[in-house]
Design a protein around this ligand. Structure first.
Ligand SMILES: NC(=O)c1ccc[n+]([C@@H]2O[C@H](COP(=O)([O-])OP(=O)(O)OC[C@H]3O[C@@H](n4cnc5c(N)ncnc54)[C@H](OP(=O)(O)O)[C@@H]3O)[C@@H](O)[C@H]2O)c1
Length: 218
């Protein structure tokens, strides 16, 4: 299986990349991003591309892939809706549309989040924008699956790129372990997210929206 990964430098993406590289059924992982990963692996191919809103200059390198794990995203904290939408909706669709055209059978997994608002009408800005993004992806000719994790516990040295969240994980790390022990279906780990994505890509999309218990049960 050949996989394209967006957001591999981030917390979720680092965890997903680890699982892809460990999986014997994955022959290649193409990481596309604006920042270097700073690591190498025989299965790993890296494409540095500054403008992810326009993949046309690298389109010839995007054919022949079975799955795309889209782990790129930002926190909405302190952002205006238009700016958050440009990164969350516009950038995701700018990647998904050419991929759907180039790889019509592709499984496309998008990381949104628990509480995403499929109606696009609610009062919570991030949830509306993520809901619109999910709906647009589900309308594309792709085998699309929306992952909606809640609390994710970073494992195996994975760290958030968002400084505030990184500090949160350092301070509250032990409590997250306890939370996972108390609520094993609700709290996921970066390892579980990666393994669940691989299972969906291999076995097919079980349902369009995967809530935390769906992810942990996979
Ligand atoms: N962490 C959680 O607990 C959690 C829970 C539920 C849902 N999620 C969702 O999962 C997604 C990833 O979260 P995360 O925690 O992994 O975030 P993160 O650690 O902050 O990483 C963000 C990733 O997105 C990339 N990125 C952000 N803005 C970009 C832009 N304008 N152009 C290109 N690349 C950009 C970053 O690349 P650079 O290295 O180039 O900055 C990095 O790879 C988000 O959508 C988030 O809402 C996260």
């Amino acid at each position: 299986m050949k996989v394209i990964l967006f957001g591999a430098t981030g917390m979720v993406g680092q965890g997903v990349l680890r699982e892809c590289l460990l999986d014997p059924e994955v022959s290649q992982v193409l990481c596309i991003g604006r920042s270097p990963l700073g690591r190498s692996d025989p299965k790993l191919k890296e494409l540095l591309h500054k403008d992810l809103y326009d993949l046309s200059p690298i389109e010839s390198q995007l054919k022949g892939y079975d799955a795309c794990f889209f782990c790129l995203g930002v926190s909405s904290a302190g952002m205006q809706e238009a700016d958050y939408r440009r990164i969350t909706y516009d950038l995701t669709l700018a990647a998904a549309k050419p991929l759907a055209r180039l790889n019509p059978d592709m499984c496309f997994i998008y990381v949104s989040g628990q509480g995403t608002d499929s109606t696009e009408q609610g009062r919570v800005m991030w949830a509306r924008v993520k809901g619109a993004t999910e709906n647009a992806l589900l309308a594309l000719p792709l085998k699309a699956c929306m992952f909606r994790p809640g609390i994710i516990r970073p494992l195996h040295g994975v760290r958030s790129k968002t400084p505030l969240y990184h500090a949160f994980y350092v301070v509250l790390g032990p409590l997250l372990g306890l939370a996972q022990w108390l609520f094993p279906r609700q709290v996921t780990t970066t390892e579980q997210v990666g393994k669940a994505m691989l299972k969906v890509a291999k076995q097919g999309v079980p349902k369009p929206h995967m809530e935390p218990p769906d992810i942990t049960s996979l």
